[in-house]
Design a protein around this ligand. Structure first.
Ligand SMILES: [Fe+2]
Length: 188
């Protein structure tokens, strides 16, 4: 599956423009990290795809049972030929599945997911409503503010960076960078 095929599948499954943005942002962050970790181009594509489709069933099947997110998405993606490593990473990004995050891809997907959402929230409260005024300091400040974007799990962001052995502030800088590269696509 190519990133552009993944974007088409995303458009078929997801209506909510904010969820679409989130998924594309995670795709951007996954590609950025694939480059950072020295992966070849076809692996960069696979990592981006995993990011783009990771919440494919979130809107239609939000229940967290074996008949819900992310099992439904993975079952569908397998029929579209998505590779095993990507399917595992998508299952493991959702903590309730209890699936271990053994591969670098799985660890990265978990590490960028909540943070990408949080960075969008920080961008949207800036007067510019985009990424131009977002920096590590503003993201760190908002993370400490528990009432801001309260639905974002801070512990998962911290655990994710730790599992990659990347200091949190560097990780935040990486994901901001990744999203800036795709800012037109993300409308940010
Ligand atoms: Fe997500």
């Amino acid at each position: 599956m190519t990133p552009s095929e993944a974007k088409n599948i995303l458009d078929e499954w997801v209506v909510n423009p904010n969820l679409k943005k989130h998924m594309r942002a995670v795709g951007a962050a996954m590609r950025w990290y694939a480059v950072f970790f020295g992966q070849d181009e076809s692996t960069q594509d696979r990592w981006e795809v995993a990011g783009i489709v990771h919440d494919l069933d979130w809107e239609k099947y939000p229940n967290l049972s074996a008949q819900g997110h992310p099992y439904v998405a993975v079952a569908f993606l397998k029929t579209r030929g998505l590779d095993e490593e990507s399917c595992q990473a998508i299952l493991a990004h959702a903590s309730h599945t209890g699936q271990p995050r053994q591969t670098l891809m799985a660890k990265t997907l978990f590490a960028v997911d909540e943070l990408a959402g949080f960075i969008v929230a920080v961008a949207l409260i800036k007067p510019e409503k985009n990424l131009s005024a977002v920096d590590v300091a503003s993201v760190t400040r908002r993370l400490a503010e528990k009432r801001f974007a309260a639905n974002v799990n801070r512990d998962e962001i911290i655990q994710g960076a730790a599992a990659l052995a990347i200091p949190l502030e560097e990780h935040i800088a990486h994901v901001i960078d990744a999203m800036r590269d795709y800012r037109t696509d993300l409308g940010l």
